[in-house]
Unconditional design. Structure first.
Lengths: 270, 284, 432
């Protein structure tokens, strides 16, 4: 086996995947003066001023909190509704389920720009623009197709016998779902939840359009619309980027196997 | 339990999901089509104009430019992601115990918010201060050259999305029975022949799924380009989503902007239908 | 049906995790959601409903002087004022306002407006009529161009806050070494670049703002105006102006990546002693001259050059303050806008930030002249700055201007073709 070649290739894959992020990390700890020239490649001194600046001069903590609240609640909602629907489709097998699932899958491909103008008008009319509730509903709705699809796949993996046994014991369908099926679906719920959370954390177009103030503005919008008059504060943008990146990357690495399972099941299983 | 109730049960359980989907995706989808048939712009009286906006598209050079950019972006980035993704998947398949570590690295681009990755690349693409010009040994006008800028955006998308393709293909690779590969090797086939005659045909369906999946994403690209170039220079990187968004919210022309949005919807819709057809057999 | 069915080795079905770990994940998820819920409920007190919100672009430097001004107002009127920063670029700021004002937001009360938006916002009904806050004395004191740009149908919908005009910065040391005077015409500028480059071949000639955005419109209009052209006159002069802009790149007087430059990257290039000339707004002066700058004490500034036989022309920039028509605190919001745009506040801001006030009287103020001699020297230039077209359709027009000018600069369109497209777009817009 050509081991050296393989290792070289794998090292190259890692380097290519990590290099841009590492460069951003370096940028975020470089003193401002060093950002205006290259080389030096490595920072002459490590500084945290850019991190201090985004929390002091720019209410970044609030953006993080908003992103966290919106992503967590939307994930919860999508998981709740999605697992109910996924269970019904996989185990109760209603007629028309194939068409329903196909429609759900098609909805997951919706380009955000196609519905942003109606949602803008509807949210304004309903008084939900620039509120966290409005964003939660929109995100949950947009993550729902993925959640339904994934949960249907995971429930199909649970043996029918368990479900039937619960029904024979006198559980209603809902009871069987809560007492028997849901506990078995925890790995699926985790995988789905992770994907939905990352999706919500990263969303930009709706957040840009449906929020205006710090009451609901999220991290990606904050990073894209960094305030400044003429200036481009590269150091602060880098610091903000690093912080915005940490939650999804940490989740993806810690729950690596769940994420992989979700990603591949979402696209492949059939 | 009454049989009628049993028949209703699944729909009751599905109703919250279906209600939310209707409110947030299906209803707005119909509404955008309705908007596209009307004059709804700043300073102009709202009125029904039928298909006027669609006729106007035909003569709008900026629309055709955006359409061309969108298709080019999707075609080139998806082709490169498939090629690179397949190479990485083949490498990962042989990684053995180091795989978990490498998964961690490969998941990073996938997990990074698109807006953030656009900011990272924008910084690396700076002509004089950027690390890429430094590596190239001379200032390169990555984002400011009309011939180069779209390719710069494609490079960023390839970086961000290849991991997803690679992981998908890896799952497909691992599903190929080892015996088949071994049998081919026993028959005296070389590595290349085995790959071409055994692995690739068995992997083809997964490749197709990855291609459709990525195409849909690439056809609706917005965040990456909005942050990286904003559509310039000379509209060389303006995609349909960007143009539609500018008409909608910069010029506040909800009628014509909605017509542009419907075009994006139609194009991705075709890809989505193809995808749904691919998967549909699997639902039964 | 696709022929994939994943066997036990594939990651997608390798889901059976040790029970303990599964419970751990579940617990983490539950904790996460509870925390989110708690946070969502905990912060249901939004802001104090009586606080005024003032939206403006981020200031250069210490926020303290503006805070002190706003503090004075808060004490005098017994209200709280919250300041919120706008995004960096003009186009994004407009996007922000358009989205929110179209939705009749009450989220902000006093808003800073780029000089080009007042007509549009006024016609859309988004701004309160502030004519009562512009006295006859103000009308005599204020510069004509900013006053015209806040005027729509003979009413004033905003108050001029400060003004900007395009300037030419040059490396005084390098020109002096060659025995050259600051350039008065574009030909002088080209010759100076060629002369200095003999000894410094790596130096860039002239850097300016060529990215496809609002700044390019200002730069391109300056090229057109200084060749005697205008958007209104479909004349050869405008073609010459745009051809000159393109030639700056093809002749190597400007680097090719001038097509990505906005104000700050251009200022940084010049500030790192990488260019001989820079077109920028007055704000760059104090940054280029601050201690530690590579070009400290070696920078000069003069009016933008012009083609021989034509007057120089600088584009008018700057900010107005307006009041949101949907504001719940309109009366006191109007007072805040008027307070910040009155001479004393403008003088304080000029002293603290070097912002140029739009009032003739302030340039005669001895204290200001002593503290900010640079600013005082700009009075005539600022007063002569030319506005971009005043029209409620300006932003839609600007979309066309940006893409056509960018296409000329990239060599994708001939100047005459671009001007023709602009004229057609204007006719369509104005016909509405």
């Amino acid at each position: 086996m050509r081991r050296p070649g393989l290792w070289l290739g794998l090292a190259a894959v890692c380097a290519w995947s990590l290099a841009p992020f590492l460069w951003q990390l370096l940028t975020s700890v470089k003193p401002a003066a060093e950002l205006e020239a290259l080389p030096p490649f490595l920072p002459g001194a490590i500084t945290l001023v850019h991190y201090e600046a985004i929390f002091a001069g720019h209410p970044f903590a609030r953006l993080l909190l908003n992103s966290f609240i919106v992503s967590a609640l939307a994930t919860l909602l999508a998981l709740g509704f999605g697992s109910l629907a996924g269970f019904a489709l996989a185990k109760l097998r209603p007629p028309g389920r194939a068409a329903t699932l196909a429609a759900v899958v098609a909805l997951s491909m919706l380009p955000p720009v196609a519905t942003v103008s109606p949602l803008f008008l509807l949210a304004s009319a309903a008084g939900l623009r620039d509120t966290l509730v409005g964003l939660v509903l929109v995100y949950a709705g947009f993550a729902l197709p993925l959640a339904v699809w994934l949960m249907a796949q995971f429930f199909r993996g649970v043996p029918d016998a368990l479900y039937i046994a619960a029904r024979v014991d006198g559980c209603s369908a809902a009871g069987a779902f809560v007492k028997v099926m849901l506990p078995l679906a925890v790995p699926g719920l985790t995988a789905t939840g992770l994907l939905v959370f990352v999706f919500c954390w990263n969303e930009f177009l709706y957040a840009l359009t449906l929020t205006s103030s710090m009451a609901a503005r999220t991290v990606p919008v904050g990073i894209a619309l960094f305030p400044g008059l003429h200036e481009v504060p590269w150091g602060e943008i880098a610091a903000g980027s690093v912080i915005a990146t940490l939650p999804p990357v940490a989740l993806a690495i810690v729950f690596q196997r769940r994420v992989l399972a979700g990603l591949t099941a979402g696209a492949l299983k059939g | 339990m009454r049989p009628g109730a049993a028949r209703l049960e699944p729909w009751v359980l599905m109703s919250p999901a279906l209600a939310l989907l209707a409110a947030v995706t299906a209803l707005p989808m119909l509404y955008v089509v309705w908007l596209s048939l009307q004059q709804r712009a700043l300073f102009r009286a709202a009125q029904f104009t039928g298909f006027d906006h669609y006729f106007r598209l035909a003569g709008d050079g900026r629309f055709w430019n955006a359409l061309g950019n969108t298709l080019y972006f999707a075609l080139v980035s998806v082709a490169m992601e498939l090629a690179l993704g397949l190479a990485i998947a083949l490498l990962l398949a042989r990684a053995g115990r180091a795989r978990a570590l490498i998964y961690g690295a490969v998941l990073v681009p996938w997990a990074i918010p698109t807006v953030v990755s656009a900011r990272m690349w924008e910084w690396m693409y700076q002509p004089e201060l950027g690390v890429l010009s430094f590596l190239a040994g001379r200032p390169v006008n990555w984002l400011g050259d009309a011939a180069l800028a779209l390719h710069a955006a494609i490079a960023m998308d390839v970086w961000k999305s290849t991991p997803f393709v690679a992981l998908l293909l890896l799952a497909g690779l691992q599903a190929i029975p080892r015996e088949l590969v071994h049998a081919a090797a026993l028959d005296g086939a070389g590595a290349w022949t085995t790959f071409r005659r055994v692995t690739l045909p068995l992997l083809a369906p997964v490749i197709l799924v990855a291609a459709v999946f990525r195409s849909i994403d690439a056809l609706r690209v917005f965040d990456a380009i909005y942050v990286l170039t904003g559509g310039g220079p000379a509209n060389a990187t303006e995609t349909l989503s960007i143009y539609a968004y500018r008409v909608l919210f910069q010029m506040l022309d909800f009628g014509y902007g909605s017509a542009l949005a419907v075009v994006v919807l139609a194009i991705t819709g075709m890809a989505a239908l193809a995808y749904a057809r691919l998967l549909r057999g699997g639902i039964e | 049906m696709i022929g994939v069915s994943l066997d036990a080795r594939s990651p997608s079905v390798r889901l059976a995790a040790p029970a303990a770990r599964r419970r751990g994940a579940l617990r983490a998820l539950a904790a996460l959601s509870i925390a989110a819920l708690a946070a969502a409920c905990g912060r249901q007190e939004p802001r104090r409903p009586d606080a005024l919100v003032f939206r403006h672009p981020k200031l250069f430097g210490d926020p303290e002087p503006l805070d002190r001004l706003v503090g004075q107002f808060e004490r005098a009127h017994g209200v709280a004022v919250r300041r919120e920063a706008l995004p960096a670029a003009s186009d994004e700021q407009h996007l922000f306002y358009a989205i929110n004002l179209a939705a009749e937001t009450t989220e902000f009360d006093v808003l800073a407006l780029d000089t080009i938006w007042a007509a549009e916002f006024a016609q859309a009904g988004w701004l309160r009529d502030l004519s009562a806050h512009v006295s006859a004395a103000d009308e005599r004191d204020l510069f004509a161009a900013p006053l015209a740009s806040v005027t729509w149908r003979a009413r004033r919908y905003a108050l001029p806050w400060f003004v900007d005009a395009g300037l030419l910065y040059y490396r005084a040391d390098l020109l002096a070494a060659e025995g050259l005077a600051p350039p008065r015409t574009w030909t002088d500028l080209a010759q100076a670049v060629r002369r200095v480059r003999v000894s410094q071949p790596a130096l860039h000639g002239f850097v300016w703002q060529g990215k496809q955005y609002e700044g390019l419109v200002c730069n391109a209009l300056e090229f057109i105006w200084s060749h005697g052209g205008d958007l209104d006159a479909g004349a050869p002069a405008a073609v010459r102006g745009l051809a000159f802009m393109r030639a700056l790149v093809t002749d190597g007087l400007s680097p090719p990546y001038v097509t990505t430059l906005t104000e700050e990257p251009a200022r940084v290039l010049f500030g790192r002693a990488r260019a001989l000339f820079l077109r920028n707004w007055p704000y760059a002066w104090s940054l280029l001259q601050r201690a530690g700058s590579e070009v400290e004490g070696r920078v000069g500034v003069c009016p933008l050059p012009h083609a021989p036989g034509h007057p120089a022309a600088a584009a008018l920039g700057g900010w107005h303050l307006g009041v949101n028509a949907f504001s719940r605190h309109a009366a006191v919001a109007e007072k805040l806008a008027a307070f910040l745009c009155a001479a004393p506040a403008q003088k304080a801001l000029a002293l603290a930030y070097g912002y140029s006030a739009p009032r003739r009287s302030l340039y005669a103020d001895p204290e200001l002249a002593a503290a900010q001699p640079f600013l005082a020297s700009l009075a005539t230039l600022l007063e002569a700055a030319r506005p971009r077209p005043v029209s409620p359709h300006y932003v839609a027009l600007s979309q066309v201007l940006q893409s056509e000018f960018s296409a000329v600069l990239s060599g994708r369109r001939a100047p005459a073709g671009a001007l023709g497209a602009i004229a057609r777009a204007r006719r369509v817009l104005e016909a509405v």
